[in-house]
Write a protein that binds this ligand. Structure first.
Ligand code: PGA
Length: 252
């Protein structure tokens, strides 16, 4: 069975105290012997706190971004070796909010992916179409290009450490999730593309998460799809009980 991953993207929310309470609430609510990977992605200033609280547990910690260079005069940036020294496990790369508001393009995201892999951070590489792409019927074309640009120069061995999060932009923060069937169709396409680039051994074990208005009410039906291996959760990951329900999704 492929690894199942539920990741919470806290975005730019929470004070330090609120963040600590949320980490503790989630840790205390986890069922023992969980057969899925749980990842918390708090803002940069809370990574060390979250890491220390979770170090002896199975909960993984992820950053929401990183810079494309290891060191240098880049005021305000955070690099892969810094995250590595904090014992961060995962890093989100190419979230649609980074692509849109910070103009991060394919070449930059490819450079970030390479730095993350070089420093043993597992990338959660985000991609997805905008509403007008879907309406024009070019969803697969957009997703294919995002994969080709993002994975340029990546070996099969490196690719096997990456996780993709398919997040249709029209579903993020809107309350309007993709239907399980809509998501499954794109996940299957992504798996096929990964297979063409890196071989079926990699593609068959490659986790593909869905993101975009994942909630306690829709997680079970999303996870029932054969190519959906988990979720990248925004809004609902900020509420401990909602996120715990999502983590403990039930197989239908
Ligand atoms: P959402 O965000 O769950 O609030 O739609 C998902 C994401 O941005 O990763």
């Amino acid at each position: 069975m492929r690894e199942k991953i539920i990741a919470g993207n806290w975005k730019c929310y929470k004070t330090l105290e609120e963040a600590r309470n949320l980490v503790l609430e989630i840790m205390n609510g986890l069922k023992p012997d969980l057969d899925r990977t749980v990842v918390l992605c708090p803002p940069f200033p809370y990574l060390q706190m979250a890491r220390e609280l979770t170090l002896k547990s199975k909960v993984k910690i992820g950053a929401q971004n990183l810079w494309k260079e290891d060191w240098g005069a880049y005021t305000g940036e955070v690099s892969a070796p810094m995250l590595n020294s904090l014992k961060v496990d995962f890093v989100i790369i190419g979230h649609s909010e980074r692509r849109e508001y910070f103009k991060e393009d394919g070449a930059l995201l490819n450079a970030k992916l390479k730095r993350a892999l070089a420093w043993n951070l597992r990338p959660i590489f985000c991609l997805g179409e905008k509403l007008h792409d879907r309406e024009e019927g070019i969803t697969f074309k957009i997703v294919e290009r995002q994969i080709e640009e993002g994975f340029e120069g990546i070996s099969s061995e490196e690719a096997s450490k990456v996780v993709i999060a398919y997040e249709p932009v029209w579903a993020i923060g809107t309350g309007r999730n993709a239907t399980p069937e809509q998501a499954q169709e794109v996940h299957e396409f992504i798996r096929g593309k990964i297979g063409k680039l890196f071989g079926t051994v990699v593609s068959q074990s490659f986790p593909i998460l869905y993101g975009g208005s994942v909630k306690p009410e829709n997680i079970d039906s999303l996870m029932a799809m054969p190519d959906i291996d988990g979720a990248l959760v925004g809004g609902a990951s900020l509420k401990g009980q909602d996120f715990l329900r999502i983590i403990h999704y039930q197989r239908e």
